[in-house]
Design a protein. Structure first.
Lengths: 425, 329
């Protein structure tokens, strides 16, 4: 019995070792494990790109590992151990954190010596590279810089007899349009006498913490974090004006209550034609995904004519513990370049032209000019290593009370500013 | 594919290694003079001991160590002494609101949970037609996924179209009150979570009480009835003493469960102005802000709170918990 057991265990060990040896002998190219948050459809499209790259490359085979659920937690856990992915998608916020902590590989020298089109740093929009830079060293590359644009429901505009604003329109015009598009059950709009705000069937706009208040603060000439990261100047008159406009908008009948938004779904309300205007990322491509006539226009500018919008930058980095930095770098460049052809908008000046973008995305030709215009003045947040600490205070102590509890921005700012400044020290 | 084969190989090798360790332990113990039965017993449970040491004991001790360090997952933990605890108690603006919210929640939900499940178990213990059906129905909540239930609660508590506000409308009208914004208004967050905790009455707790009630000898009730005892007297002097060890178990487990609430809170995401539950804070400090030292410190504070409260409950047991063949005066 004992002999049989030892014999059985011995066979299992030998088979296991043989299998691993055979697999080792099969290896020709280096395997690059690539972590993404891509959902089912996105992962499928990405896999097609990866298959093409794998077929062309002599150096690597990229293996996609998509985990849309709780991606960040999983990635951080993997990176903290030895078995993390070689290459991974990363948000700007995490990139700033991981670059500073040395988790992402410093690719400055490799970029300088590469002739790959995606390695030409001068071709990238400066703002898109910022989250990946620490003390002028580069730790990753952005694959998208999507500005926030305004998606409008043309059918609802026509029904309300409102012209879709073009080019330079400001907050006043925005409020006027939103008012006309907010309609109660009797058909009256929010600007008309007898409008019943407790029986609204269609809202002009929607906010639930998105779009970020930063957009309106920037548009009114204020700032959230000083360029030198010395303080959070949210108590300037300009910044306060931006926050107040945002708060007033949330508490107005033109925006559904937070409960209604939670209940019916934020973008679902726009898709279901219950909301007429929706601020979303340029990559959302809503105009091609809804059952009504939808157009993309630029967000309104501030009261003094300042144009600004938020740019969501996403990128890719190499695990500093990778055993194959060269192959991972080649894969990074090839993938980045390929994704630039796939996503709207690529963060590269040479690609962000109307002609190129129309060629790459003919289905979005109506929207493209406005997206490109928006990119010119779009900016990401000012990320830094401890940004999540700062952001936690900003959202829990300032934005949450404004969004969920009719908090007065002026009162809150007095309390919150010292806490935010403390996090920047 | 290769990655999965690698995992499969490790999956094959691990049990082999564990069996070899068990055999090694057996031979070692035999050489040390242990009897066959003892050596065999210990070697057979060695895989579980190894699992316990690797996956429970080590992380536990390690988290205690980390709570005294500055650790962000990627650096070497740097010893900072009591700094994390000091920060929590004196400077962290979210810590005390979290303690308040978590303790208030536990204090309110524990009696509701224990009493509610006891009453329900007593009802299900009665000899009525179709009692099996009712027992099945009342156990169903235990098999529903927590997240799906949280989604239902979210709809139920919706301030505008939720069922709860619809039911309570006459009361609001009577007092000329607006409809409460259950998850948006900090005043209503705790009551909303307490109401949600009623769900915990059903399921396992009731089944455990039911089993305990069925273990109470019928003869005790018959004797009491002969002496003219009414329902309340029978309940207080027979039922409660007889099932008191189970009540103790339910109190301890209920308290631990209430203090560790996490999934529902993360899914419902009420306004942060009401504070966050301690486990939420542990997660956010650890995985969003990468302050593993602080997160570990919060987890240990939570552990100490649970330990102290458990000891407190145990301290009271001589007065009200009756074990078999034990006489109280």
């Amino acid at each position: 019995m004992k002999k049989k057991l030892v014999g059985f265990l011995f066979i299992i060990l030998v088979v296991s070792l043989l299998m691993s040896t055979c697999l080792g002998a099969q290896k020709k190219k280096v395997t690059i494990r690539f972590a993404t948050w891509a959902g089912t459809d996105e992962a499928k499209e990405l896999q097609e790109i990866i298959d093409q790259l794998n077929a062309k490359s002599q150096q690597y085979i990229i293996e996609q590992d998509s985990n849309p659920a709780d991606y960040d937690t999983r990635l951080l856990t993997q990176l903290s151990g030895r078995g993390g992915p070689d290459l991974f998608w990363v948000s700007s916020q995490r990139a700033a954190q991981l670059s500073a902590k040395g988790v992402m590989l410093d690719i400055t020298k490799m970029l300088a010596s590469s002739k790959h089109e995606a390695a030409n740093i001068a071709d990238y929009f400066e703002a898109s590279l910022e989250p990946f830079k620490v003390k002028e060293r580069i730790y990753g590359l952005p694959w998208i810089e999507q500005p926030v644009v305004l998606y409008v429901n043309r059918d609802l505009f026509d029904k309300a007899n409102v012209t879709i604003p073009k080019g330079n329109w400001d907050w006043d015009k925005f409020l006027e349009v939103a008012q006309k598009l907010t309609i109660d059950n009797s058909g009256k709009n929010a600007g008309e006498k007898g409008f019943n705000k407790s029986a609204i069937k269609q809202w002009g706009f929607t906010v639930n913490g998105w779009p970020p208040a930063q957009i309106f603060v920037w548009q009114s000439g204020g700032d959230i974090i000083a360029p030198d990261f010395s303080c959070s100047p949210i108590d300037t008159p300009e910044a306060i004006r931006g926050f107040k406009f945002y708060a007033d908008l949330i508490n107005s009948p033109m925006v559904p209550s937070q409960q209604t938004i939670r209940d019916r779904g934020f973008d679902t309300m726009f898709r279901n034609q219950q909301v007429a205007m929706f601020m979303g990322g340029a990559a959302d491509n809503l105009e091609n995904r809804v059952d009504f006539r939808c157009e993309v226009i630029e967000v309104p500018m501030g009261p003094t004519g300042i144009k600004s919008t938020f740019a969501d930058v996403l990128g890719m980095g190499i695990n500093s513990k990778t055993k194959n930095p060269k192959a991972a770098f080649e894969a990074l460049l090839d993938l980045t370049s390929a994704i630039h052809q796939w996503k709207v908008m690529p963060p590269r000046k040479s690609l962000a032209t109307l002609e190129t973008m129309n060629k790459l995305h003919p289905e979005r030709s109506q929207a493209m000019q406005n997206i490109i215009n928006s990119l010119a003045y779009a900016q990401p947040y000012r990320y830094f290593e401890n940004y999540p600490d700062w952001d936690n205070i900003f959202w829990t102590q300032l934005m949450d009370p404004i969004v969920n509890n009719q908090g007065d921005p002026e009162e809150l700012i007095t309390i919150v500013k010292p806490l935010l400044d403390e996090k920047l020290k | 594919m290769e990655r999965f084969v690698g995992t499969f190989i490790r999956w094959l090798i691990t049990p082999v290694v564990l069996v070899l360790i068990a055999i090694g332990i057996y031979h070692l113990l035999k050489r040390l003079g242990w009897k066959h039965r003892q050596a065999m017993g210990l070697s057979l449970i060695s895989p579980w001991i190894i699992g316990f040491l690797s996956f429970i004991a080590f992380p536990l001790v390690n988290s205690l160590f980390l709570s005294f360090t500055d650790y962000n997952l990627f650096n070497k933990p740097e010893w900072v002494g009591l700094r994390n605890y000091q920060w929590l108690f004196t400077k962290d603006i979210e810590f005390w609101p979290s303690i308040r919210l978590t303790l208030s929640y536990a204090a309110l939900t524990l009696p509701i949970g224990v009493l509610g499940s006891l009453i329900l178990a007593m009802l299900l213990n009665r000899k009525i037609n179709g009692v099996g059906f009712f027992r099945t129905v009342f156990y169903l909540p235990a098999i529903l996924p927590e997240v799906a239930v949280a989604l239902l609660w979210r709809l139920f508590f919706n301030s505008e179209s939720g069922l709860l506000n619809y039911i309570l409308r006459p009361i609001f009208n009577l007092f000329n009150m607006g409809k409460p914004n259950w998850f948006g208004d900090p005043k209503f967050v705790l009551p909303a979570f307490v109401i949600m905790s009623v769900w915990g009455i059903f399921g396992t707790n009731t089944v455990v009480f039911l089993a305990a009630l069925q273990g109470v000898p019928r003869s005790l009730y018959e004797v009491a009835e002969l002496d003219g005892a009414n329902f309340l007297k029978k309940f207080l002097h027979i039922t409660v003493p007889q099932i008191s060890p189970i009540i103790l178990l339910q109190i301890i487990m209920g308290m631990i469960g209430a203090l560790q609430v996490f999934t529902v809170a993360m899914f419902v995401r009420p306004t942060s102005a009401a504070g966050k539950f301690l486990n939420q804070l542990v997660y956010e400090r650890g995985f969003t802000q990468l302050h593993m030292g602080e997160a570990s410190a919060i987890a240990w504070v939570l552990f100490i709170i649970i330990l102290l409260l458990t000891l407190l409950v145990f301290k009271t047991t001589p007065a009200w918990v009756y074990y078999e063949a034990e006489a109280k005066r």
